[in-house]
Write a protein that binds this ligand. Structure first.
Ligand code: DMJ
Length: 447
């Protein structure tokens, strides 16, 4: 399985996904590959072209020049930022702001810079709350913002307001306007000041009182990329942001003391914590943490470096097990370590796979850090499984049950499949000098 061949396969997969998106869903947010039409959804406040913005850097890195030029031209002529709908601040930030920033830094095209600064300004009103902690939803036209209906008692979500730092620091740098950095530094200040149960950061915080609303802690959904952005803020600052470093290693200590578990069968996993009670469940989303702990290993206390690398490898191994224990060799949305099973979904509602990247993301980082060939073998297994179970005639689709071979497709080609899953596969099989980890920091959605 020579790297170059598999790299070629990931390029073909990208071209196939892109060509079908272009053919059936051009200008919409995502492709519906079974019904061959576009999906707009309600996360982006009327903004369009999420798959285009999300793909810019992947197309560019893969050398798909014609496709990249089409994408660039669409951004130049058709990306309309004057929308007036309700958007997720987090999703617009990681996909649109992150996508445009990545394209700008890779290509140096001023057009991306102008667009991203125009968009960045529209996000600022979300921070007009008594504490400066932004609310989750913003109307991009009027600037009115509010909390998600499902978030307990009008709270804001850790993984949402904690996943702005990287992009906002760049918005300040590119605009010369400190306001963006001030907004995210204010979030950090509040998080530093507030009392943390056992040193942990709960997932729900009131933007009005600045207090935690519920003591649910998770390294997966609702918490995940907050931790990722702490270590990446430190790395992106050329290791000068000591505060981010302190917060990251402090959070890791609390996570290790309270969340990290070993199953009877010897698998290391991250449980969820509900007011002191452990829920022995790990989400697919939490599988990014193998890579995160890996990239953070080197800057930990000297006596903990090897320990962090070992922990990163163990978590990545567990996530791989969640794939190998399914019939399709793709992993479920969440897997459990109670009720007799290990690393398998026990609930029907957790059996789906929506083309998520986190497991492959950890393979990529662990490969770069260790060069252990097993990570490339695992990546190849994922390629084969994606080809066999997720490829349909007109694109790639998520599946409803990873434990059955009779495919039931969900008819959605998520934009993060193009920006993350396929890019991480490509990088996994590329030489280390393509986007070296010492020089490039990936935000949670892009390069
Ligand atoms: C992506 O949008 C980002 O990686 C985000 O941080 C978490 N979820 C998805 C992919 O699963």
């Amino acid at each position: 399985m020579p790297g170059i061949l598999v790299r070629g396969t990931s390029v073909k997969m990208m071209k196939f996904s892109w060509d079908n998106y272009k053919r059936y869903a051009w200008g919409k947010n995502e492709l519906r590959p079974l019904t061959r039409n576009g999906h707009i959804g309600n996360m982006f406040g009327g903004l369009r072209g999420a798959s285009i913005i999300d793909s810019l850097d992947t197309l560019y890195i893969m050398g798909l020049t014609e496709e990249y030029n089409d994408a660039k031209e669409w951004v130049q002529t058709s990306l309309d930022l004057n929308s007036n709908g309700e958007a997720s601040l987090f999703e617009v930030n990681i996909r649109y702001v992150g996508g445009l920033l990545a394209a700008y830094y890779l290509t140096g095209e001023e057009m991306y810079k102008n667009k991203v600064l125009e968009l960045g300004e529209k996000l600022l009103p979300a921070f007009n709350t008594p504490t400066g902690i932004p609310r989750g939803v913003i109307n991009l036209g009027s600037g009115t913002s509010w909390s998600w209906g499902w978030a307990s008692a009008g709270s804001s979500i850790l993984a949402e307001f904690g996943t702005l730092h990287l992009e906002f620091v760049h918005l300040s740098e590119l605009s010369g306007n400190p306001v963006y950095t001030e907004k995210v530094m204010n979030i950090r200040k509040l998080l530093n000041k507030i009392e943390k149960p056992h040193g942990l950061y709960p997932n729900f915080l009131s933007p009005v009182s600045g207090n935690w609303v519920q003591h649910h802690v998770s390294i997966g959904g609702l918490g995940d990329s907050f931790y990722e952005y702490l270590i990446k803020s430190y790395l992106m600052s050329d290791k000068t942001d000591g505060e981010a470093k302190k917060m990251y290693y402090g959070a890791m200590e609390a996570i290790e003391a309270n969340l990290v578990q070993k199953s009877p069968g010897g698998l290391t996993y991250m449980a969820e914590w509900r007011g002191g009670i452990l829920d022995h469940k790990m989400g697919h989303l939490a599988c990014f943490s193998g890579g995160m702990i890996g990239i953070g290993a080197d800057d930990g206390a000297p006596e903990k470096r090897q320990h962090f690398l070992d922990l990163a490898a163990e978590i990545t191994h567990t996530c791989h097990e969640s794939y190998t224990r399914s019939a399709t060799k793709l992993g479920p949305e969440a897997f459990r370590f109670d009720g007799g099973g290990e690393a398998t979904a026990t609930r029907l509602s957790d059996r789906y796979y929506i083309l998520r990247p986190e497991v492959i993301e950890s393979y990529m980082y662990m490969w770069r850090l260790t060069h252990d060939p097993k990570y490339r073998e695992w990546g190849w297994e994922a390629v084969e499984a994606l080809e066999q179970h997720c490829r349909v005639e007109s694109g790639f689709s998520g599946i409803r049950d990873v434990y059955t071979m009779t495919a039931s497709h969900d008819n959605m080609q998520q934009s993060f499949f193009l920006s993350e899953t396929l890019k991480y596969l490509y990088l996994l099989f590329s030489d280390d000098d393509l986007l070296p980890l010492e020089d490039w920091v990936f935000n949670t959605e892009e390069g």
